[in-house]
Design a protein around this ligand. Structure first.
Ligand code: PGA
Length: 252
C-alpha cells in the first residue's frame, strides 16, 4: 500500500507572519494524523519560522526549489544543506513555473533530484504537458522525455524515493482540473514507465501525485483512481480550511 501524500505549494505568497499563522492553524488540525503524509512548502523566507511552528506535529516542511551545489559563489541560490538546516524534509523540483518561466531544463532537474536524495531529502519531481502538447496528442511523449531525462542514471533504490507529481500545465491555477480519467491515464503511463525502466516492485512503490486546480470538492474523485497517490496543491493550500478539507477528503 502506498502512503498518500498531500503537499501544499505556496508559491510566491505569504509574509513570514502570514506563514506562521497558517502553520499554527494547520498544526491545530493535524497535531497528529496518521493516514497520509502532509507537507507544506512556504517561501524560503518563512521556512525556519514555520519549521519551529509545526515541529512535533504531523506536518512536514518542504521547499519549492533548490540549487545542486552545497555552497559557493551562486548568488541568489539556496543549497540542500541550507534547506535541511531550515527544517525541510521535502523539496519540489522542476515545477512547471520553474521550467517555463525560468528556463529550467531536464538536466538541471536531474542534478537537483540527485543532490536532494544525497542529502536525505525527498524530492517531488514535477512533470506535465502544456495545452498545445496535449492537443497535438503529445502528452505521453512529453512525460516520457521528462521522466527519462529527469531520472537519468538513477538506480532503482534512488528512483523509488522520488515522489512524482503529474501536473498538466493547462490545469495549474486555471480552475480547469484534469478529469479523474485523464489523471489516471497519465499516472498509469508514469507507473508503466517506472516498471519498464526498473521493475514491478519499483512501479508498485513509487508515489505519484496529481497537481492542477485541486480543491476540496475534487480531491476524493482524484484519489479514487488506482494510480493517484496524492496531490500537489497550489492555490487551495493557501487557506487553512481548504487545505485541511483537501487532506481530510483525500483519505475518506
Ligand atoms: P494550483 O497549482 O493548485 O493552484 O493549480 C498547483 C501547482 O502548481 O503545484
Amino acid at each position: 500500500m502506498r502512503r498518500p501524500i498531500i503537499a501544499g505549494n505556496w508559491k510566491m505568497h505569504k509574509t513570514v507572519q502570514e506563514s506562521i499563522d497558517i502553520g499554527v492553524g494547520l498544526k491545530r488540525k493535524f497535531y497528529t494524523f496518521s493516514e497520509a503524509d502532509i507537507v507544506i512548502c512556504p517561501p524560503f523566507t518563512a521556512l525556519s519560522k514555520v519549521s519551529a511552528v509545526i515541529m512535533d506535529s504531523a506536518i512536514m516542511l518542504g521547499a519549492q526549489d533548490m540549487y545542486w551545489e552545497s555552497e559557493g559563489a551562486f548568488t541568489g541560490e539556496i543549497s540542500p544543506s541550507m534547506l535541511k538546516d531550515a527544517g525541510c524534509r521535502y523539496v519540489i523540483i522542476g515545477h512547471s513555473e520553474r521550467r517555463h518561466i525560468f528556463g529550467e531544463t531536464d538536466e538541471a532537474v536531474n542534478k537537483k533530484l540527485k543532490v536532494a536524495l544525497k542529502h536525505g531529502m525527498v524530492p517531488i519531481m514535477c512533470i506535465g504537458e502544456k495545452l498545445e502538447e496535449r492537443d497535438h496528442g503529445m502528452t505521453f511523449e512529453v512525460l516520457e522525455k521528462q521522466l527519462g531525462r529527469g531520472l537519468k542514471d538513477f538506480a532503482k533504490d534512488e528512483a523509488v524515493r522520488v515522489v512524482i507529481a503529474y501536473e498538466p500545465v493547462w490545469a495549474i491555477g486555471t480552475g480547469r482540473t484534469a478529469t479523474p480519467q485523464q489523471a489516471q491515464e497519465a499516472h498509469k503511463f508514469i507507473r508503466d514507465f517506472i516498471e519498464r525502466t526498473y521493475d514491478k516492485e519499483a512501479a508498485a512503490k513509487i508515489r505519484i501525485q496529481y497537481g492542477g486546480s485541486v480543491k476540496p470538492g475534487n480531491i476524493a474523485q482524484l484519489m479514487a483512481q488506482e494510480d493517484v497517490d496524492g496531490a500537489l496543491v497550489g492555490g487551495a493550500s493557501l487557506d487553512v480550511n481548504s487545505f485541511t478539507e483537501i487532506v481530510q477528503n483525500a483519505v475518506l
